[in-house]
Design a protein around this ligand. Structure first.
Ligand SMILES: Cc1ncc(COP(=O)(O)O)c(C=O)c1O
Length: 459
């Protein structure tokens, strides 16, 4: 064995104690480190020939890299849609690396069954029925990809062909209809060989990001009975708006389409009694995307993909080989997603659900919604700003009242302050900032700090 490796093995318990102490230092310092910062220039170091051993590697990391990292797991990181890591999910993540299981086949351990148990818990959490079978993937983009891959196979089924067997050329033209699709839908369609231009965006309700269902019906009518894919949105990234999922699903009585719902963070509305109605109809979807590294507050990377047509999912992703054993009636994860091998991604989610349950996670969701509402009220009361949409869930979308074109400067100033991190967007043609609440640590005091920062930096 290489001497450094041998040395690290001998001293493993003390070394892991040091890593634990470093993790504790990082976590207790989350509140005080800059929430985000513009990255400094780094000259790449040469590949070490001999290596320095774990202790020195930790010191080098702490010296060269750690200071430039954001407090992304902290309470005032409100950019994108970003969760943190609950204590239990972090413990699950540590044990994931420690156990180093590959849950893709059930030949050697019960790891795939832990994934199945976790998926069943999540299904219940989001109010989905048992017909929805779920699989872990790395994020909402992959969840959308896997859902749309299954939709592609369904289109083939309608036309008496199989894209999985014959390739996408066998399908002919494909139409994907959506009101406010997330950018990952285009990426998924590109990866699936359907092409980004397959998307036909449908008109929205006035002043909303919610699809106009009457216009969607017209668009489906114009397809003359040709089967299509509809992507409904449950929680848009700019304003947290929702399509009327029940009304969209009802259109299937008259038109043949696969209904995929991107509920990356919106599915969590089911945990708040006052917002649960937004997810009405979610269960009627043929496939559903839910991200877990957002509002479940598990570390990156984790999401789940639900579908009612596991048979079609298996047709796309099956990876049969003599050495993997027979597929059987209950396909292992190796047959369900693009990866063949991967980490036991369910474990952090299992831990956080086991530790805090439905009620613990509902409290996080309700608190984040209340905090977003509070920030919305604070911003609405500041003359320098203008809210661009009501706060429907956990996203506050706003702009500078008299100089929207300067939001880039404002965003940089907020980042530079180290007090908060918000991301820019363009909403309905207007440059804007958005603050998305999905972290378990955020409190009213954080909202006050963000509001005061915005007040101070207003342009
Ligand atoms: C609605 C929606 N869909 C998909 C995604 C993509 O998620 P990920 O970055 O985890 O792939 C996001 C990310 O914010 C999102 O908000």
């Amino acid at each position: 064995m290489h001497p450094r490796l041998d040395d690290d093995l001998i001293h493993l318990p003390e070394l892991l104690d040091t890593v634990r102490a470093q993790a504790v230092r990082l976590l207790t310092g989350l509140d005080s480190r800059p929430v985000a910062q513009a990255p400094a220039e780094h000259r790449p170091a040469p590949l070490p020939a001999d290596g320095a051993g774990l202790r020195e590697a930790m010191e080098e990391f702490a010296r060269r890299w750690e200071p430039g990292f954001s407090a992304g797991a902290g309470p005032r990181y409100l950019g994108f849609v970003t969760g943190g890591a609950t204590p239990a999910s972090l413990a699950g993540d540590w044990l994931t690396g420690t156990l180093d299981q590959n849950p893709m086949s059930g030949l050697d351990s019960s790891a795939p069954d832990l994934e199945r148990e976790t998926v069943a818990w999540l299904r219940e959490l989001f109010g989905l029925s048992a017909e929805h079978e779920g699989t872990f993937v790395s994020g909402a983009t992959m969840s959308n990809f896997a859902g749309l891959a299954t939709a592609r196979e369904w289109l083939g089924e309608q036309r008496g062909v199989s894209a999985a067997e014959q390739g996408v050329a066998a399908l002919g033209p494909v139409h994907v209809l959506s009101g406010s699709p997330h950018s990952s839908i285009g990426k998924a369609l590109s990866m699936l060989g359907l092409g980004r231009s397959a998307i036909r965006t449908v008109d929205l309700l006035p002043g909303r990001e919610s699809v106009d269902v009457a216009r969607l019906a017209e668009a489906l009518e114009s397809l003359d009975g040709a089967p299509a894919i509809v992507v409904a949105n449950a929680g848009t990234v700019n304003t947290g708006d929702f399509d009327d999922l029940r009304a969209v699903a009802a259109l299937r009585e008259r038109h043949p389409f696969w209904l995929h719902v991107d509920a990356a963070f919106g599915a969590f509305a089911a945990l708040s009694p006052e917002h649960a109605h937004l997810t009405d109809g979610l269960d009627a979807a043929d496939s559903v995307c839910v991200d877990l590294h957002k509002w479940l507050n598990v570390p990156y990377d984790s999401a789940v993909q639900f579908t009612r047509r596991r048979d079609l999912q298996v047709r796309v992703f099956q990876n049969s080989a003599a050495y993997l054993g027979p597929m059987g009636d209950r396909p292992d994860p190796v047959h369900l997603t693009p990866e063949n091998s991967r980490r036991l991604r369910a474990l952090p989610a299992w831990f956080t659900l086991a530790a805090y349950g439905r009620d613990g996670h509902a409290e996080i969701v309700r608190r984040d919604i209340a905090l977003a509402t509070r920030l919305g009220e604070r911003i609405a009361a500041m003359p320098a700003y203008r809210l661009l949409a009501p706060v429907r869930l956990n996203v506050v979308c706003f702009t500078l009242a008299s100089a929207p074109e300067r939001v880039g400067e404002l965003a940089a100033a907020v980042t530079g302050s180290g007090e908060a991190f918000l991301t820019q967007t363009v909403h309905d043609g207007v440059p804007a900032l958005r603050a998305a609440f999905s972290n378990w640590r955020t409190t009213e005091a954080d909202v006050e700090q963000v509001a005061r920062t915005l007040e101070r930096l207003a342009l």
